[in-house]
Design a protein around this ligand. Structure first.
Ligand SMILES: CC(C)(COP(=O)(O)OP(=O)(O)OC[C@H]1O[C@@H](n2cnc3c(N)ncnc32)[C@H](O)[C@@H]1OP(=O)(O)O)[C@@H](O)C(=O)NCCC(=O)NCCS
Length: 162
């Protein structure tokens, strides 16, 4: 199975919203409106993964000088700073039918490469406790419980120096 990773396009809006909703609980899934904002604001740090021409995975996040992700960054017009030194990851998702085949790993490595090439200083994301070990494999460090209360759950701040 070959994964083709490319930059998001405006016409991907419905499909990325669909994949996200299959992967996250309703309270955590980004809405169509939120994706419309992300696609227009930071297409350079929003990638989709296709298998046989169909989107099965996505990774996206704004750039910022904030050291950690806070909930206001998720808001429409949340303050993407094209010159920000940190590349955030708002969401990494693989369609349930395609999970555990290394697709998210390829998506993550891709956006890390993009961030490095753009001269960003670090990668920043939040995750639930069950995925801390997964992000540590890439080199992220757990910085403790996040201020984010997105979706009403406990998140951990994960940071990776580039
Ligand atoms: C997390 C996610 C993106 C991983 O996608 P993937 O393409 O299956 O990832 P990979 O194949 O690169 O890696 C799989 C590894 O992820 C980890 N993992 C995935 N889901 C996990 C879970 N629920 N609990 C613990 N570890 C998990 C495991 O280490 C797994 O390796 P294993 O199969 O050897 O156990 C995917 O499961 C997903 O979309 N989940 C729902 C959305 C989500 O939680 N996204 C991350 C938060 S931003």
């Amino acid at each position: 199975m070959e994964l083709y990773i490319r930059k998001v396009r405006p016409e991907d809006l419905d499909r990325v919203t669909e994949v996200e909703s299959l992967c996250f609980p309703e309270a955590e899934a980004a809405t169509r409106e939120s994706f419309a904002y992300r696609i227009s604001a930071f297409p350079d740090s929003f990638y989709v993964g296709e298998v046989d021409g169909v989107i099965v995975a996505l990774v996206n996040g704004c750039c910022t000088n904030k050291p950690f992700i806070c909930d206001e960054l998720y808001e429409p017009d949340g303050g993407h700073d094209p010159n920000g030194e940190n590349q955030t990851i708002f969401g990494l998702a693989t369609h349930p039918d395609f999970q555990r085949q290394g697709i998210a790993e390829q998506m993550m490595n891709h956006i890390i490469g993009v961030a490095r090439a753009a001269g960003r200083k670090r990668m920043v994301l939040t995750c639930k406790d069950k995925l801390i070990h997964y992000y540590e494999k890439f080199g992220y460090e757990n910085k403790g419980v996040s201020e984010s209360v997105h979706g009403g759950v406990v998140w951990y701040d994960m940071v990776m120096e580039l």
